[in-house]
Design a protein around this ligand. Structure first.
Ligand code: AKB
Length: 317
């Protein structure tokens, strides 16, 4: 049975990934690394936890030794818009924490999952059906750290056979923990406004298409890739994956099927718009499909229905 350490387990992905991994591998075999509050309800009671600042390599190494970890999910992240505002923090967390995880993974023989992003592409990348292997010249701090992450992870695999694997996540939509500081966050925030009956001010222009994915598919992707037969992996860092591509109008109309009176107005955030304009409209994820069987379950309609149902329940509590 795997022994897993999640770094950044209280964030948007980490909070749901930890529960999913525990349901598969057993509570005792999944250790939740945390850095700072807020902690989800019951966080410390749900299973083993350990305080980890991903910028301190000895804390990662100590946790790996103490819990006899063989697989690390490094989810420590500063998302795209925040990294533009706080570039030093963006570099430190984006590159520093990954280098620490790579060194620990090499020295203590762990497999390592690291998320890359659609942010690893830039304005010169083909926008439609963006190929797996293509131009990657991002013009954001976040994007540059993602490209460095992909290259350096492949380097550790090539030179030291560290089992590094990664996906380029699109915007992730989820009902449990809010993202923060991302360009795609609007696609989560809009649901909270709709369910509360409030007007949504959309920071991204109509006609701006980006890849998106519902959280259950994002969790499947990470776990399925880490379980994939290494002999079948031609690529490693990092795989294009997507589940849907929409612009704000399409999402608004999907939500209006559930809330006909819902209103959205545009209040463009120039920074987020600039970042979104540099990202692809829709990725080609055929390599992930061929090499490890990637296949999403949620399209725009199914995701919207489930988000509305879950947030309605959350609102009632
Ligand atoms: C962001 O918007 O920064 C992230 C991402 C797509 O990587 N959600």
């Amino acid at each position: 049975m795997k022994k897993i350490l999640i770094i950044g387990s209280t964030g948007q992905i980490g909070s749901e990934l930890s529960a999913r991994l525990r349901s598969i591998y057993g509570v005792e075999n999944v250790v939740c690394g945390y850095y700072a509050p807020p902690f989800p309800d019951g966080f410390f009671e749900a299973g083993p936890t350990v305080e980890i600042d991903a910028l301190r390599i000895e804390q990662i190494a100590d946790a790996v030794r103490k819990f006899q970890i063989d697989t690390i999910y490094n989810l420590a992240a500063i998302l795209s818009a925040t990294a533009e505002k706080k570039p030093q923090l963006g570099w430190d967390v984006g590159v520093g924490s990954l280098l620490n995880c790579l060194d620990v993974a090499r020295d203590l023989k762990c497999a390592l999952f690291t998320p890359s992003s659609i942010g690893a592409f830039g304005p010169n990348t083909p926008k439609d059906n963006t190929p797996q292997d293509t131009i990657q010249r991002p013009n954001t701090v976040y994007g540059i750290t993602k490209v460095i992450g992909e290259l350096v992870s492949d380097y550790y695999y090539d030179h030291w056979k560290v089992d590094t694997r990664s996906v380029r996540f699109p915007g992730i939509i989820s009902s449990m923990t809010l993202p923060g500081g991302g360009t795609t966050d609007y696609a989560v925030e809009i649901f909270y406004k709709a369910v509360k009956g409030e007007i949504f001010e959309c920071p991204i222009k109509a006609g701006t298409f980006m890849d998106m994915m519902y959280m259950p598919d994002a969790l499947n992707a990470a776990i399925q890739l880490m379980e994939a037969d290494p002999a079948k992996l031609i690529h490693r860092n990092s795989f294009n994956i997507t589940a849907m591509s929409f612009d704000p109008e399409m999402l608004y109309h999907a939500i209006k099927q559930h809330y006909p009176d819902f209103q959205m107005v545009y209040k463009i955030d120039p920074l987020k718009q600039h970042i979104a304009d540099s990202w692809p409209n829709k990725l080609d994820d055929s390599c992930a499909r061929e090499e490890w069987g990637w296949k999403p379950n949620y399209d725009l309609e199914r995701m919207t229905e489930d988000m509305v149902r879950k947030l309605k329940m959350k609102n009632k509590k």
